[in-house]
Every structure is written in C-alpha cells, then in structure tokens.
Design a protein around this ligand. Structure first.
Ligand SMILES: Nc1nc2c(ncn2[C@@H]2O[C@H](COP(=O)(O)OP(=O)(O)O)[C@@H](O)[C@H]2O)c(=O)[nH]1
Ligand SMILES: [Mg+2]
Length: 367
C-alpha cells in the first residue's frame, strides 16, 4: 500500500501544541520526484507538512466541541425525554420505558433498524441484570451509539495522500450546502497553513460561480472558473488541478453541480470530473465528499446510496444540523453505508463546519 499521510480531523486526545498563527502565506512544501517509495514519490518535508496539518486540525477540533454541542440542540431537545424516563426508572417499568425510548429515537431519525438494535440490546442487558439503574442504561445507550459510529465509519480524518495537490470533490443534490461547505472547508484548511485553490465546477447554474467567488474572496483563496458559458465541469476541474500542480497548491477544492441523484446526466458529469482530475494527478480525487442536508433526515439514505454506487463516496458532510431535530440520521447513514461522516455543518458562518467526532456527537445529543 502506498505511504499514507492524512489530515486528521477527529478530536481524539493529542499532545497539546502552542497555537499557530493564522496566516495566508503558504508553508514551505518542497516536492520532489526523486525520493520515497514506488512510482510516485514525495519529499520528507511534504509528508511532514501533511502530518503537521493533521495534528493542528485535531487540536482545533477539541475546542470545537462546544459548537457541536450547540449545533445539535434541536436533536438533544427531542431526546431529552429519555432523561426524564430514566430518572425514575425501575425494573417493573422496563417495557413502558423502552417503548418510549424507541419512540424518541424514531422521532430523531435513528431509523427503525438501528432503533430496534439499540432497544433490544438494552432490554437484554436490563433483563439479564447487567443494567441496574437509569444512569447505567443511559451510559449503555451512549456506548451502543458510539460503537455503531466507530465500527462502521471510523476513518473520519480527511485522507489526502501525499501527492501535491490533494484533490477534494464536493458532490450532492442542489441546495444541500456544497458550495457553503466548500467555502468553510477552505477556511479551515487555509487557517492551518495549506495553500488552497478553489474550482468552480458547478457550470450548470449561472449563479453558482458567483457564489463560490464570494467564498474565495471571504477566505482569500484563489479560484479557477469557466472561461466561457456552458463549459464542461470536467474541463474546469482539470484546468484547476493542472494549475494546482504547476503553482504548488496543497489542496484543490472542487465544487460540482447538483440537480437530483436520479439525474443521469449529473452522474455522467461527476464520473467525467473524476476521470479528468485523475488524468492530471493520478490517484486523485483523494476525497469525494457527499453533502447531505440534515433536515432531510432518513430521506438522505436513497441519495447517499445512489451517489455511492455511481460515483464512489469517501465521506459525508452532513449540513444544517443546527436547524434539524433529526440528528439521529448521522448514525443511520453511517450504519447503512459504512462510510464515515467527516464534517458536520452547524450554521451558516465561516467557522460552522466542524470535523465530526463520534464522542462529541454522542455527548451532544444525549447530554
Ligand atoms: N443553517 C445552516 N445553513 C446551511 C448550512 N450549510 C449550508 N447552509 C445554507 O444552505 C443553503 C444552500 O447552500 P449551498 O451551499 O448554496 O448549496 P449547494 O446548492 O449544495 O451548493 C444556503 O443558504 C446556505 O447558507 C448549515 O450547516 N447550516
Ligand atoms: Mg452550489
């Protein structure tokens, strides 16, 4: 397997480091074709850069826990009933309490499959005498959800390889939050010292490029846009990656167009985009992130399946969770597809894209 360097974005404990000043200057990232292993090679300083970037993003994530907490407030409100139920729990009440727990989980869009899994596992442990108090049941509930998330979708770090530039494609249906998430992601990566190039690959809607240009300005990132009307998305992305390669960018963030997941020409276009960037830098796109609107709850599952089958998804970005009470869908989508959630959108501000951390999520929804 190729040597892997990645951007780590989970908030597992790491050694504290002094804060790094936010800077628009790109770090020194020398790239050479003459060392390392296998066909493509990187210099030690490049791999070191990605590792350092990963560590810095990890540390950021710890202080972001509060944002995750507030972002999931609606889902937490939905699930608050569980605390009331468990406060006065006693063994004779088990059936009633579990029925109501089931209801609360369903209302928050954990989905029937997972809800049954959780409830039956708790029932077994209660009746088997393993769980003897309301607080033990609550802890067990949190642990089950955490296990579901960490077993199925554990690679929450961005996997950027080590070849420069890394390429991230953002895909999804219209209005889900692709362009916004791309802008926020650029901000986050840039603040950690990465040199970012944006690519306006949504050539389907006229206003889409303008919207991305606003984000490029807001985050002081450079952008590649179509030179003429009706340009092919794949040619815009291919130009951007070419420029990224020639001018030493670290990451190229590619916006793409939406429409519906059932739209044949959209899927064709995305496949063409994938091929086009791979031609310029073999092995890219490193990540294809599917943006899913958290307000759609369980309805996101068919989209997620379709995109994954046709395009091949490496991670999810779940947006608008700040407005959604259906946060249980996070667990559902990971369990159903076995693909990790990499980021969650918890607001419209530039800092409102958070690296997903399963533990922070569980603590946020079952406070
Ligand atoms: N509240 C909230 N709004 C969001 C979030 N992400 C995106 N939006 C909004 O959703 C709308 C559609 O986003 P956009 O990025 O244009 O979607 P696209 O069509 O997929 O590119 C915009 O009004 C965004 O501000 C989020 O995490 N929270
Ligand atoms: Mg867009």
């Amino acid at each position: 397997m190729a040597l892997q360097a990645h951007l780590s974005i989970s908030s597992k404990p790491s050694t504290p480091q002094p804060p790094r000043p936010i800077s628009s200057a790109s770090p020194r990232t020398t790239w050479s074709a003459s060392c390392g292993t296998r066909r493509f090679k990187c210099s030690a300083s490049q791999a070191g850069f990605f590792t350092r970037l990963g560590r810095l993003i990890k540390e950021k994530a710890k202080s972001d826990v509060e944002k995750i907490f507030s972002g999931f407030s609606k889902t937490r409100d939905n699930l608050a009933v569980i605390d009331e139920l468990l406060l006065y729990w006693n063994l004779a009440d088990t059936d009633r309490v579990l029925d109501e727990l089931e209801e609360a989980l369903l209302v928050s869009d954990f989905g029937p499959r997972i809800t049954i899994k959780i409830v039956e596992s708790l029932r077994e442990d209660i009746l088997g005498g393993k769980l003897k108090s309301g607080s033990e049941i609550k802890d067990a509930l949190k642990q089950i959800v955490l296990d579901l998330l960490t077993k199925k979708g554990s690679k929450t770090e961005l996997q950027l390889g080590f070849r420069k530039p890394a390429v991230i494609m953002i895909v999804g249906v219209n209005g889900g939050g692709k362009t916004t998430s791309l802008g926020k992601l650029a901000y986050r990566l840039k603040n950690e010292g990465a040199k970012i190039l944006m690519a306006a690959g949504d050539t389907f809607r006229a206003a889409a490029t303008d919207q991305l240009e606003i984000w490029a300005e807001r985050t002081s990132c450079e952008i590649v846009v179509a030179e003429r009307e009706n340009a092919k998305a794949s040619s815009v992305l291919s130009q951007a990656v070419k420029r990224g390669k020639e001018q030493g960018f670290d990451v190229v963030l590619c916006d793409t167009s939406g429409r519906l997941h059932t739209n044949y020409s959209l899927m064709e276009e995305l496949i063409a985009c994938k091929k086009a960037v791979a031609k310029i830098v073999p092995g890219t796109p490193n990540e294809i992130l599917l943006v899913l609107d958290g307000n759609t709850g369980l309805n996101m599952l068919p989209q997620a399946r379709e995109f994954n089958e046709v395009v091949g998804i490496t991670g999810f970005i779940l947006t608008k969770l700040d407005g959604s009470a259906r946060g249980g869908c996070v667990v559902s989508v990971v369990d159903e597809l076995g693909i990790p959630v990499k980021f969650v959108g918890v607001g419209e501000g530039v800092e409102d894209l958070q690296p997903f951390d399963a533990e922070a999520f569980v603590n946020a929804i079952f406070s």
